[in-house]
Design a protein around this ligand. Structure first.
Ligand code: NAD
Length: 499
């Protein structure tokens, strides 16, 4: 689709009364509408509850009220929303949904283009996809696309089963598996920083890079998601998808061109080169943690095991740190360290690329050694890059001191960075699947993660809880790097805003 062509489609959101729809999907669609990026469109909100169209309009208006004060615009936008009370297992319910879809298609001239967005509990994904086919909703003259939220399965086995179900109704290139990290501006920027700079690409390999650290930490605990999280844990919730996706973008070879297929196939090659971890080696490569009580913003917060819907003897990890090795020519010998967790000191996602030391330190003989060069990519909340160099320390002697070159993305072109969901929805409407995960990536990342979760499920961690709320994780995560002669760069001090 040409860049300035406006997409036309009927969007069916399954789970339209849920948290994701209200917090992300409606506001994102509204922003696209306000920026005049959408052609003709209509939305059918599908959920269990019985609601009138008017009640649904009120709910949509409520969820976008922070976006604009223009009430007319809100009304105009909401009037394109329709509601269907639905039972996901009942064919009659799909038949009446199809009838509304056909009417709206005619009324709004949507060319039979249909997007099915599954913003519901994952256990329904397969059933819905099968019904969409059996009950005729995928029989359409235009395009049909399935957008599917995480988690995509619980392990490789269940992911394969789910994939088989959805493939009965949609081909691989009609399936848009959301990983909302891939919609983030600075995650997309990894590729440009790497491939558009003569300064970095020649150094982007095991001859010049010592290690790469990817941290994604949250300050929140499990909140009201205890039931889901008990079955998932940080490894499945964060590592299998977001963390491995960021690693693949950092490690991939330059694609021949920026097409979906070329980029995806380079990412898949990274997953294929990821060193599998055998059961007996898990302890050498991965560390798990679970938060204890502690102080956050001077307020006492409970331990994970004291949270709602959590087993008081839970073995679920709320923190993971790991060492990934990518066994190919470019990366042999360079550890990619990842860590992610809840109730940590700061909410931040950062990538630190640590370059190797220079061969000889001429400048700091008395005062300790020269710092390594670092490239820090700030993903969130602040967005930007910082490059740490060494320069002469002002004064009589020839000593060096670290200096920072910083670029903060914010406001650089006068625009607020679009939300990840806004970009991903727009991509899907335009048929660009580049920033969605291909089945091969999903399958390879599950098979990597399954080896670890199998060991963790069968061996209860005796030291849980093992990190205090408000810290940067258990000591074992520091030891993991220390044994390689590395350490975690303190992400809270690498703040681009403060530069
Ligand atoms: P939610 O529980 O708030 O909403 C669930 C929705 O599904 C509701 O609209 C409900 O009516 C509908 N529903 C449930 N059972 C139904 C049935 N039998 N028939 C018809 N409709 C039914 O969930 P959520 O937080 O919006 O999450 C939805 C999906 O998005 C999940 O897969 C979740 O993992 C994923 N997700 C959510 C977020 C988020 O920020 N909330 C972020 C990332 C991914």
């Amino acid at each position: 689709m040409a860049q300035n062509e406006k997409p036309t489609a009927l969007i069916m959101i399954f789970g339209a009364t849920g948290d994701l729809a209200k917090r992300k999907l409606f506001p994102s669609l509204f922003r696209l509408y306000e920026k005049n990026k959408l052609g003709d469109f209509a939305v059918i909100g599908v959920a269990r509850r019985s609601l009138s169209n008017e009640e649904f309009h009120a709910s949509v208006s409520q969820s976008i009220h922070n976006e604009t004060s223009d009430q007319e615009k809100i009304k105009e936008f909401s009037s394109k929303f329709y509601y269907h009370s639905h039972d996901v297992t009942d064919s009659d319910s799909y038949a009446s949904l199809n009838k509304i879809a056909e009417e709206l298609d005619n009324h709004y001239q949507l060319n039979g283009n249909r997007i099915f967005y599954l913003a519901m509990a994952p256990e329904f994904f397969g059933t819905i996809a099968e019904h969409l086919k059996i009950d005729g909703l995928t029989d359409t003259n235009g395009f049909k696309r399935l957008v599917i939220e995480k988690p995509f399965g619980h392990d490789l086995e269940s992911a394969k089963k789910l994939n088989k179900q959805i493939r009965t109704a949609f081909s691989e290139d009609e399936i848009y598996r959301i990983d909302h990290y891939l919609g983030k501006e600075m995650v997309q920027n990894i590729e440009v920083i790497r491939f558009a700079n003569a300064l970095f690409e020649p150094l982007w390999n095991n001859r010049f890079i010592s290690n790469i650290q990817v941290t994604s930490s949250e300050t929140l605990g499990v909140e009201e998601r205890g039931r889901y999280y008990e079955k998932s844990g940080a490894l499945r919730d964060m590592v299998q998808n977001h963390m491995l996706q960021m690693v693949s973008l950092l490690a991939m070879e330059p694609p021949i061109s920026l097409t979906t297929d070329e980029i995806r196939s380079e990412k898949v090659r990274v997953f294929r080169a990821l060193r599998p971890i055998k059961g007996s080696e898990v302890k050498d490569y991965f560390v798990r943690g679970q938060y204890d009580k502690g102080l956050m913003n001077e307020k006492e917060v409970p331990a994970y095991r004291e949270e709602d819907m959590v087993n008081p003897e839970s073995n679920t990890e709320t923190f993971v740190a790991g060492k990934l090795m990518i066994d190919n020519f470019r990366w042999a010998g360079v550890p990619f360290y990842i860590r992610t967790g809840k109730r940590m000191e700061a909410k931040t996602t950062k990538i630190v690329v640590e370059f190797k030391d220079i061969p000889m330190d001429l400048y700091n003989r008395q005062e300790g050694s020269v710092n390594p060069n670092l490239l820090v990519i700030h993903i969130q909340p602040e967005e930007g890059i910082t490059l740490y160099l060494n320069a002469k320390k002002t004064g009589q002697y020839m000593n060096s001191t670290p200096v920072k070159l910083s670029y903060a993305n914010k406001g650089i072109d006068g625009l607020n960075t679009p939300e990840a969901y806004e970009k991903l929805l727009y991509d899907c409407l335009r048929g660009d699947a580049t920033n969605f995960t291909h089945w091969d990536e999903v399958a390879l990342s599950w098979s990597f993660v399954d080896n670890i979760s199998e060991v963790w499920e069968n061996e209860k961690e005796q030291n849980f809880p093992n990190y205090e709320s408000g810290s940067m994780g258990p000591k074992a995560a520091d030891d993991l790097l220390e044994k390689e002669g590395h350490f975690w760069w303190p992400v809270t001090n690498l703040d681009v805003e403060k530069c």
